[in-house]
Design a protein around this ligand. Structure first.
Ligand code: FES
Length: 160
């Protein structure tokens, strides 16, 4: 059930976003965040990387290097919701949340459902070990997960 994405353009113009920032190298990370957040598919396109490099007067290789270094950035289109699952030992010791999600969504880690609703991403510790096992849906943390709780969360986002 892996989804094939159609490329999606940013909802706002790239240059309009760039102009919100001073053209300084130290603005690269906030710009990449903003560009990624502006697309319905939560990713940074090649055009966005190229235009950012030109705007900041740095090389495309440097912009690409930064964007590909951080796991929070994606250079591929993703689903409407990005589910990041903690695969660190404290969370995995209970039971494998990622296996449950693979089972419920019918996709493997790194893939997106065919309806482009959910992208599943493994993650290191989310910083909420006391609530293990945990996952994050678009920045919101869910802890003490059970199969039933995961099913409810998926059910809810499929109707939003
Ligand atoms: S080990 Fe899973 S949130 Fe820290």
């Amino acid at each position: 059930m892996k989804g094939d994405h159609l490329p999606q353009k940013p909802s706002g113009s790239i240059s309009a976003i760039l102009k919100e920032y001073e053209p300084r190298r130290e603005n690269l990370l906030p710009i990449l965040h903003r560009l990624q957040g502006s697309t319905p598919a939560h990713y940074i396109s090649e055009d966005a990387l190229r235009e950012t490099a030109a705007y900041l007067r740095i090389s495309c290789a440097e912009v690409y290097g930064v964007a590909s270094f951080y796991s929070m950035f994606s250079l591929e289109p993703r689903g409407k919701y990005v589910i990041r699952v903690c695969t660190s030992p404290s969370c995995s010791i209970h039971y494998s949340i990622i296996t449950m999600l693979e089972d419920l969504l019918g996709i493997s880690p790194g893939e997106t459902t065919s309806d482009n609703l959910v992208t599943l991403e493994p993650s290191s510790c989310l910083g909420v070990c006391e609530r293990a096992p945990a996952m994050m849906v678009d920045g919101e943390v869910y802890g003490d997960l059970t199969r039933e709780k995961i099913r409810e969360i998926l059910e809810r986002i499929s109707h939003e």
